[in-house]
Design a protein around this ligand. Structure first.
Ligand code: UTP
Length: 287
C-alpha cells in the first residue's frame, strides 16, 4: 500500500535556536520567503502525501494555521488587488489536508511519533523531521518512498558522514548492500568516537510501518524521560527487515542559527529572486 499520510513531529522545544523559539515554534522560522514547515510539507506532497499529521505541543496552533486557508486575509488581498500575494497565501493553505495530533509534554521524538498513532491507523506512513531541508531531485522523502515501493519494509534515510562526525548521529550497522540500498541489522544512537560500525548516519526522513507504534509503546524512556525513535526502530529490526537508502542530494540544517544561515545563503544563491541581493551582500562582506 502506498503511504499517503506524512507525520511531521514539530512539538520540540527548539533549544538550539533560543531565544528565537521562545514564543514560536522553530518550524515557523522563514527560509527565503516561506517558513520551514512549508518547505517540509511541499516535500511530503511531492512524495505522494495527501494528508499531513502535524504533531504539535499543547496550545500551539501557528503551524496548522499557516497550512490552512485564511479567508479574511484572502479577502483583504483580493480587495487590494494583491494577486501574487493572494496566490502565495492560497497555495500555502491548500497543499494538503492537515490533521493535528497533540504531544502533551516534549517526551522525545519516539513519543511524538506515537502521538500520531490514532491519526495514522493501520497503514504505512511517511515521517519527516523538518529540521533539515531537502535539496535533492527527486526530494529525499520521494527517494525513500520509491525504495519502500520496491522493498515493502520500513525505510530510513542514510547519509555518509566523516568518521570524526558519526558520534553526533544515529549510526546504522548494515548487513547487506544493493547499490544505494542497505539492509540494517542494528542502530546505535551517537556511538562513541572510534566505536561506530559504519559511517552511515540516520537522517530525519522515514517510511514507517504501523508496527512502530506497538514497538514505541513498549520502549522504556531514557534518562531524561524521553522515548527515542531509535529504540522503537531497533525493536522493529529484531522482528523483520528494515532498509536504509543512501539518498542522492543534500539535507541542509535549519534547526540551528548557523545551519539556518548557511542554508539560507545557499538557497538564495540558487534562486533568481534572491541571487543578486545575496551575492551583493557577500561581496560587500568580503571587501
Ligand atoms: P530535535 O532533536 O531537533 O529537538 O527534534 P528540538 O526540541 O526540536 O530542538 P533542540 O534540539 O532542542 O534544539 C527533532 C524533531 O522532533 C520533534 C522536534 O519538533 C523536531 O522536529 N520533537 C522532538 C517533538 O515533536 N517532540 C519531542 O518531544 C522532541
Amino acid at each position: 500500500m502506498e503511504p499517503h499520510i506524512c507525520v511531521i513531529p514539530a512539538a520540540g522545544l527548539g533549544t538550539r535556536f533560543l531565544p528565537a523559539t521562545k514564543a514560536m515554534p522553530k518550524e515557523l522560522i522563514p527560509v527565503l520567503d516561506r517558513p520551514v514547515i512549508q518547505w517540509a510539507v511541499e516535500e511530503a506532497v511531492a512524495a505522494g502525501a495527501g494528508e499531513i499529521v502535524l504533531v504539535l505541543a499543547e496550545g500551539r496552533n501557528e503551524l496548522a494555521e499557516h497550512l490552512r486557508p485564511n479567508p479574511s486575509l484572502e479577502r483583504i488581498l483580493i480587495e487590494r488587488g494583491k494577486h501574487q500575494e493572494l496566490e502565495a497565501v492560497r497555495r500555502a493553505g491548500s497543499l494538503a489536508r492537515i490533521t493535528v495530533a497533540r504531544q502533551r509534554e516534549p517526551r522525545g521524538l519516539g513519543d511524538a511519533v506515537l502521538c500520531a498513532a490514532a491519526a495514522v491507523g493501520d497503514q504505512p506512513f511517511l515521517c519527516m523531521l523538518p529540521d533539515d531541508l531537502s535539496i535533492a531531485d527527486p526530494p529525499v522523502l520521494e527517494q525513500l518512498r520509491d525504495a519502500h515501493r520496491e522493498l515493502g519494509t520500513p525505510v530510513l534515510a542514510l547519509m555518509r558522514v566523516p568518521n570524526d562526525q558519526i558520534s553526533r548521529y544515529g549510526c546504522a550497522d548494515v548487513v547487506e548492500t544493493r547499490g544505494r540500498l542497505h539492509r540494517i541489522r542494528g542502530l546505535v544512537e551517537k556511538p562513541p568516537a572510534g566505536e561506530a560500525k559504519s559511517d552511515l548516519a540516520v537522517m530525519g526522513r522515514y517510511v514507517l510501518t504501523p508496527d512502530i507504534f506497538a514497538a514505541l509503546r513498549q520502549t522504556t524512556p531514557g534518562a531524561l524521560g524521553e522515548i527515542q525513535l531509535t529504540d522503537g526502530l531497533s525493536a522493529l529490526l529484531a522482528k523483520g527487515d528494515v532498509w536504509g537508502v543512501e539518498f542522492e542530494g543534500d539535507l541542509l540544517d535549519v534547526g540551528t542559527p548557523a545551519g539556518w544561515l548557511a542554508t539560507s545563503i545557499r538557497l538564495a544563491r540558487n534562486d533568481p529572486r534572491f541571487r543578486e541581493a545575496v551575492s551583493g551582500a557577500l561581496a560587500m562582506a568580503a571587501a
